[in-house]
Design a protein around this ligand. Structure first.
Ligand SMILES: [Cu+2]
Length: 117
């Protein structure tokens, strides 16, 4: 392989890795990660940096015992995922999400907690 070809090859690998990393990251959430609320939130919303593929994106909210307590629904513009919640008793809750970017199909995932006091 010539030096030039090798260089192009390395560049492509770096570019694709950077793209994968940049795709569909969480911009903000409501409640925020680690937030302690004095009242039960009515919903959890996560805003993403890109449009998502609805069929391959999801959000789950679980209580301390691991029981899932939410349904899934999406906003219209597809960069935000909102799920409605029933009235939550005091406790710690874990939000787990997966987001598949519509344009490139890259999958991002993450989780965060919030408290109701
Ligand atoms: Cu991507």
């Amino acid at each position: 392989m010539s030096a030039l070809l090798r260089l192009i090859c390395v560049c492509l690998i770096i570019l694709s890795a950077t793209n994968a990393f940049a795709c569909g990251h969480l911009k903000k959430s409501e409640p925020r990660a680690g937030q302690a609320l004095t009242q039960s939130p009515t919903a959890v919303t996560i805003w993403f940096s890109e449009d998502m593929d609805e069929k391959k994106s999801w959000i789950k909210v679980k209580d301390a015992s691991g029981g899932q307590i939410n349904d899934k629904s999406f906003s219209q513009n597809q960069t935000a995922m909102t799920t409605k919640l029933p009235t939550l008793p005091a406790g710690t809750y874990k939000v787990t999400w997966q987001m598949t970017a519509k344009d490139c199909g890259h999958v991002s995932k993450g989780n965060f907690m919030f408290d109701v006091r």
